[in-house]
Design a binder for this molecule. Structure first.
Ligand code: MG
Length: 350
């Protein structure tokens, strides 16, 4: 195959609001972007490393350096084999693996001249609505954020700290929209989790995400027997490998490219989750429109979307998938359907 030029750039993404979930707060996220040039076509990829999975921008860069020769020696048309080789280099570091997979699939789509959703045979009219996430905050700021989320028909509310009831009360004081609630492993006691969910069920909440720590699978199964709304796994699930053991404890999975290791693994997770009759949410980290557009390519296959990472930042270096009245609008451009909106390939390029 012709020469492949592989490079990366580190980029800080500024959050519009301080982002607080049960694990902690941040004002800025540092993601790593990948560029792959071959035969005059450029594929772009993005890693959104997450400390929950022992990933940082530095560890992502280390992995990209490790994988560089594997990528540059590859035949990109053998993208399935390339993803396997990249996955086997070391365990973990799925955000960096995802960056490579997105770039490769973007390149493939551009070479064949098809947007990825079309390459995969998906009807873009079937995208679900996406929720807009409201981080944990004071009642005043939560009310302001709900105002900003006006175009979104369903909201995702973060809970899991001491002020859960205050947060939901603030939300309910300004909107009666359906809510999806994410506790981010915040409730470590099953009786407490049961009480909270029973109360949330009276507040127009349609599902609960990761109420208990990932290690508490048995307790989550106990909880599932006692509540009416679906319980969705997030921190409990990274790849296909996790799905069989979760089927008895959760009603569905929150699938994220950054946990899975890329678009290809995400597709396998969708197939396996369906075999276990599980619901699928397509979620994200704090990401630019590049990784969000890549995930959105699979949106016609899922039940719920929570692809708002790009909407939470004020300096998005890409443009791509749009949202109209809450529904994802996939682009018709070949590949992932995202274009650079800023030159990030400057001094930190590797
Ligand atoms: Mg979550």
């Amino acid at each position: 195959m012709s020469e492949i030029l592989f490079s990366y750039a580190i980029q800080d993404l500024t959050l519009r609001h301080t982002w607080t979930i049960a694990r902690g707060s941040s004002d800025c996220k540092t993601n790593v972007f990948v560029k792959l040039v071959c035969e005059g076509v450029t594929g772009y990829g993005e890693a959104a490393p997450n400390i929950r999975y022992e990933e940082t921008a530095a560890s992502s860069v280390d992995f990209l350096k490790l994988a560089q020769s594997t990528v540059e020696k590859a035949d990109l048309w053998h993208y399935h084999n390339l993803a396997e080789e990249v996955a086997e280099l070391i365990p973990g570091q799925t955000a960096a693996k995802t960056a490579i997979d997105i770039a490769v699939m973007d390149w493939i789509g551009k070479k064949v001249g098809l947007p990825l959703h079309r390459y995969f045979g998906l009807n873009k009219a079937k995208t679900p609505i996406t929720t807009y996430s409201i981080g944990i905050d004071t009642p005043e700021v939560i009310k302001q954020k709900i105002g900003e989320a006006a175009p979104f028909p369903v909201l995702k509310i973060k809970v899991g700290l001491k002020n859960d009831e205050e947060v939901i009360a603030a939300v309910r004081s300004v909107t009666d929209k359906p809510l999806r609630v994410d506790a981010n492993e915040g409730w470590a006691d099953k009786e407490e989790a049961l009480r909270k969910i029973e109360w949330l069920q009276t507040q127009g909440v349609e599902l609960i995400e990761q109420p208990m720590p990932a290690a508490m699978l048995k307790e989550t199964a106990w909880l599932r027997q006692r509540v009416q709304i679906p319980i969705i796994a997030d921190e409990s699930v990274k790849t296909t490998r996790n799905i069989p053991e979760l089927a008895g404890a959760f009603d569905g999975i929150n699938l994220k490219l950054m946990k899975a290791g890329g678009i290809q693994e995400a597709m396998r997770m969708i197939v396996l989750a369906r075999a276990f009759d599980m619901k699928i949410m397509l979620g994200c980290m704090v990401e630019s429109s590049l990784a969000i557009s890549a995930a959105a390519s699979l949106a016609p296959l899922v039940d719920y979307a929570d692809l708002d990472g790009n909407l939470l930042i004020s300096n998005d270096p890409f443009t791509g998938v749009k949202v109209a009245d809450g529904q994802l609008v996939l682009q018709d451009a070949p590949g992932v359907g995202a274009d650079p909106a800023a030159n990030i390939w400057g001094k930190e390029e590797g």
